[in-house]
Design a protein around this ligand. Structure first.
Ligand code: AGP
Length: 580
């Protein structure tokens, strides 16, 4: 969702800001804009994607500026609704990520006092509120005054004519500041900063900062505060494609390494002890992270005997049943609004809280009592891949620790098997999928959430309708949809559900549905009954969960690629969903 970038220093800000916005494109957006300060404020903003030309932004003079990619919430994605927004005089410009909940009332009030609005956005009220409070040399005070009137969430950057810097503020929306050599920067996440600095500050809720060429000062509730300067461990290469045609494919291929690094670095002892001691364990997440929770439930219950409830963040916050015990938020970005609100609810019920996340310094890390990090590195493709298997790495470690090392053998070999799964031939399966309007993904036990994740990947990047189902449930309704044009991807691996899966597959074949079977490499029984057989490397169930996931991610990727979809930036989606 919306991306923000700001620069103060010795370089020309315009092109630098445009390049910064390109690095934030993966968050999802439908318009973009930049404002720079030379003698006055100049604004360039447009609906649609940032065009490829390298010199875009060159016409904007000045060494101070702010930029924005907008994911429309209030007002259509048009030129005039794109950020930055300016005040009546055109001397003040603002970019904003978040939602101003009381904007309608504020707008009415401001219009009553003679302010002219040029957009339909909630953001524009900020520019006019700052205008009212502004005194030369006192931009930060004017922003503080304006913020007192706002309800909702924001990360904002503000510049004003004759002011030598940027004022930045955050409340419930991410904002990172970078300290370079004679330059300072701000952005929604670290990706645009990596080229310029490794030293960053994560603003806290309520912080208002002023960025100048020579440094940054921060206030909270009117008092100067110091926030720790952190050293970034991600590097510039992590946010480049490295020879792959898409970030998603690169990230799929990084999984063996990411899995290995996550299991090696994660110290699961404290959270394992909390789980053991807690009468209730609740896992919350959205989308792919929710699916990781469903797999984790299976692992923790089957191997450690710990009863686990899994809830979607978007539902849990409205939950009526009792909220108790340990509540663990699973979130790659650490910024998903639904998950954060759910965790907030858990805190309000005095629950112990924990987080499994990929982003150091993200909002969830400041909210949870205890944090376990995945080591996936920056995930740029909107479709989550390596962050999912890294989350599974954390929960495999937890389940193994809670079961006297029962999964240690599987954990030690999983990265090798994942590497093998990157080479499985998929052509036959891809051609079945590219011709389909609907696809079912089915599995049982832990392979049911794996099927859900496979269907989510397929639908979000190929735009083919895909549904994940527990295999046994198909005949309780969805069978009515099976036709020779409706492929079913069935995961049937050795274990207690294998026989039932084979029976289910035969029932699907009897309805003439083409079946793509994912099974153990030597399984001739499955290979004989399905139309296309996708063999997984030999291994235990815990490894099959990971290798089946890799195969399904690749199936979605190659299907979408064959259909020429915009794989890294699928339509209507945002990488980080920071609004409810
Ligand atoms: C899946 O491919 C999506 N990117 C989406 O479902 C994502 O997993 C969800 O929005 C949650 O994001 P989070 O892990 O950053 O909280």
């Amino acid at each position: 969702m919306c991306g923000i970038v700001g620069y103060v220093g010795r370089r020309t800000a315009g092109p630098l800001l445009v390049e910064g916005l390109r690095k934030l494109e993966y968050r999802g957006y439908d318009s973009y804009g930049v404002a720079t300060l030379h003698r006055s404020v100049s604004v360039l903003k447009k609906s649609g994607r940032i065009p490829p030309q390298a010199d875009l932004g060159k016409g904007l003079k000045g060494k101070i500026g702010i930029g924005h990619t907008r994911w429309a919430t209030h007002g259509e994605p048009t030129d005039r609704n794109a950020h930055p927004h300016t005040d009546c005089t055109g001397r003040i410009a603002v970019v904003h990520n978040g939602i101003i909940e009381n904007y309608a009332k504020l707008r009415e009030e401001l219009e009553g006092r003679g302010h002219r609005f040029l957009s339909d956005t909630d953001t524009e009220v900020i520019a006019h509120l700052v205008e009212e409070a502004f005194q030369p040399g006192k931009l930060q005070e004017a922003v503080e005054e304006a913020l007192r009137r706002l309800e909702g969430s924001y990360a904002i950057l503000v510049i004003a004519q004759d002011e030598p810097g940027i004022v930045a503020a955050r409340k419930s929306s991410p904002l990172v500041l970078g300290i370079g050599d004679g330059e300072t920067l701000a952005a929604s996440d670290m990706t645009p900063l990596l080229e310029y600095t490794e030293r960053v500050i994560f603003l806290e809720d309520g912080d208002v900062a002023t960025l100048r060429e020579g440094g940054i000062t921060i206030c909270c509730n009117g008092t100067a505060v110091q926030r720790p300067v952190e050293q970034v461990t991600w590097c510039l290469d992590d946010v480049k494609k490295g020879g792959f045609p898409h970030f998603m494919l690169k990230e799929i291929h990084e999984q063996p390494q990411v899995f290995y690094e996550t299991v090696r670095s994660v110290d699961a002892r404290e959270m394992a002890a909390q789980m053991r001691a807690s009468p209730w364990v609740t896992l919350i997440g959205c989308g792919t992270s929710y699916h990781a929770g469903l797999v984790a439930k299976y692992l923790l219950e089957a191997h450690a005997g710990i009863p686990v409830r899994v809830e979607m963040g978007s539902e849990f916050k409205y939950f009526a049943p009792p909220v108790r015990g340990l509540v663990v938020a699973i979130t790659q970005s650490g910024e998903t609004a639904d998950t954060l609100m759910a965790l907030q609810k858990a805190r309000a019920h005095n629950c112990q809280t924990a987080a499994v996340t990929n982003v150091v310094g993200s909002s969830v890390t400041r909210m949870a009592d205890h944090v376990l990090y995945t080591r996936a590195g920056p995930e740029i493709g909107v479709a989550a891949t390596k962050s999912f298997t890294a989350q599974l790495a954390v929960f495999l470690q937890l389940a193994s620790r809670l079961s006297d090392g029962a999964l240690d053998g599987a954990i030690a070999t999983a990265h090798l098997a994942m590497g093998d799964a990157l080479r499985t031939e998929l052509d036959g399966a891809v051609s079945l999928c590219t011709g389909a309007k609907d696809i079912f993904f089915v599995g049982r036990g832990p392979f049911y959430p794996v099927a859900l994740e496979g269907a989510l990947k397929m639908k979000e990047i190929s735009y083919i309708h895909a549904e994940g189902y527990p295999a046994g449930e198909l005949k309780h309704g969805p069978f009515a949809l099976l036709t020779p044009e409706t492929p079913v991807v069935a995961i049937a691996l050795p274990g207690p559900t294998y026989g039932a899966m084979i029976s289910n597959i035969k029932e699907m074949k009897a309805r003439q549905a083409p079946v793509i079977g994912i099974g153990d490499a030597g399984d001739t029984e499955l290979a004989d009954v399905v139309d296309v057989f996708l063999p997984l490397p030999d291994g235990p169930e815990a490894v099959h969960i990971l290798t089946a996931t890799v195969i399904l991610q690749r199936l979605a990727y190659h299907t979408a690629d064959a259909l020429s979809r915009d794989i890294d930036r699928p339509r209507n989606l945002a990488k980080s969903v920071t609004v409810e």
